[in-house]
Design a protein around this ligand. Structure first.
Ligand SMILES: [Zn+2]
Length: 111
């Protein structure tokens, strides 16, 4: 997943270089326009690809995955108002700010 973001960064850098070289080397307006379009595609396409794959895989690099992992392991729970992941001991939701009932102590909880 991280590779895709590196790729999109490289694409953006490449697109920037392409844009500069097009405007220094192109001899006519159509050449400039097509060069600029290629630069835009270089910059945007890898980003779109990375975003869409991240969306399909559930955003493994985002906080969402960490939140889900925390919820699954029993250290967190979901806010009844906005379904955001919050701590077991939270008395207010950090996402929507509304008050929530602190969860009762679990018998098998560690710490
Ligand atoms: Zn909430």
């Amino acid at each position: 997943m991280r590779l895709l973001w590196v790729l999109s960064l490289a694409g953006a850098a490449l697109g920037g270089l392409q844009l500069v070289s097009v405007f220094t080397e192109a001899k006519s307006a159509p050449q400039q326009a097509s060069g600029a379009a290629i630069a835009l595609a270089l910059a945007v396409l890898p980003y779109c690809l990375a975003r869409s794959i991240q969306g399909l895989t559930g955003g493994m690099d985002s906080d969402g995955a960490l939140d889900r992992a925390a919820a699954d392991s029993g250290r967190a729970r979901r806010c009844p108002h906005c379904r955001g992941v919050i701590s077991q001991k939270a008395s207010a939701c950090r996402h929507c700010g509304r008050d929530v009932q602190p969860a009762p102590e679990q018998q098998d909880a560690i710490g």
